[in-house]
Ligand binder design. Structure first.
Ligand code: DGL
Length: 272
């Protein structure tokens, strides 16, 4: 079982299938500004959403092993698809290091927030097909009703930067109207990319629906856990995240700006 000594100054390791997990990096930076972050984006093999469970589980192990080389004090699984289908694989590869995934954090927050007991969940095909959000929500409270919908087109729309675009509005209406008409009062953004489209999703859902951002939920959970363990970094100021990627496509700089709102820092290329 992998073991290494950690201290409050050790980094938090975060990984995703690609660049979408930067929404989680941003949320963690906001909640925990003193923490050092090491991020791995598997840009060579993205997207994971349409892949088989076997492939996703193999990638999840390899992604965790890449982060473990940097001796993190915690691993955050930013990818909803990995959180849904392979969290156990990550936990095994991380040994003693605590692992938290976006899915459980989002599910817990949604079950606390709903008043009507009807929760909508949107995500990739793999996440929705696994039913993992519904199971996690019902584990919190068996009487909650979960209505799920795969929204695969949101990923390329977000990556195209179609934030306020008519095409995104049409797609969002098509995807969200069945959930809205079923009377949900809470909607979980169960995919890394959806926080980019939060404004549009919120407008289509309407003011009566509380939008749960799993990225913010996992950042809050990370803060709680590190604080309980006395592992919060006591430093001040914010360091740039240390970025690792498995490929450096042309669009990367543009996408980084879209997700983080800042210029791309140095990036390290790693083989997968
Ligand atoms: N990161 C994935 C997720 O949150 C979305 C992109 C992909 O399909 O890999 O589910």
């Amino acid at each position: 079982m992998p073991q290494h000594k950690t201290s409050p100054d050790s980094p938090i390791g975060i990984f995703d299938s690609g660049i979408g997990g930067l929404t989680v990096v941003k949320a963690v930076q906001a909640a925990l500004p003193a923490e050092r972050i090491i991020y791995f984006g598997d840009t060579a093999r993205v997207p994971y959403g349409p892949k088989s469970q076997a492939a996703i589980r193999r990638y999840a192990r390899e992604d965790t092993e890449i982060l473990m080389k940097h001796q993190p004090k915690m691993i955050i699984v930013a990818c909803n698809t990995v959180s849904a289908l392979a969290l156990d694989v990550v936990e095994e590869a991380a040994g003693q290091i605590p692992v938290i995934g976006v899915l459980k954090a989002g599910a817990e927050l949604a079950s606390r927030r709903t008043r009507s007991g009807r929760i909508g969940v949107i995500g990739t095909q793999a996440t929705i097909g696994s039913n993992a959000y519904a199971c996690a929500i019902q584990e919190e409270n068996g009487s909650l009703e979960v209505i799920s919908k795969a929204c695969p087109l949101f990923v390329p729309l977000a990556e195209e930067g179609f934030i306020d675009h008519d095409a995104t509005m049409l797609v969002a209406e098509e995807y969200l109207s069945p959930l809205v008409s079923k009377g949900i009062d809470t909607l979980v953004l169960g995919c890394t990319h959806y926080p980019i489209l939060k404004g549009m999703i919120g407008r289509i859902a309407g003011p009566g629906i509380d939008i749960i951002d799993s990225a913010e939920a996992v950042a809050g959970k990370a803060r709680e856990l590190l604080s309980e363990q006395g592992m919060l970094n006591p430093g001040h100021g914010q360091a740039m995240p240390h970025l690792l990627v498995s490929d450096l496509p042309q669009k990367f700089r543009e996408l980084y700006r879209l997700f983080m709102g800042t210029e791309l820092p140095d990036v390290e290329l790693v083989g997968v």
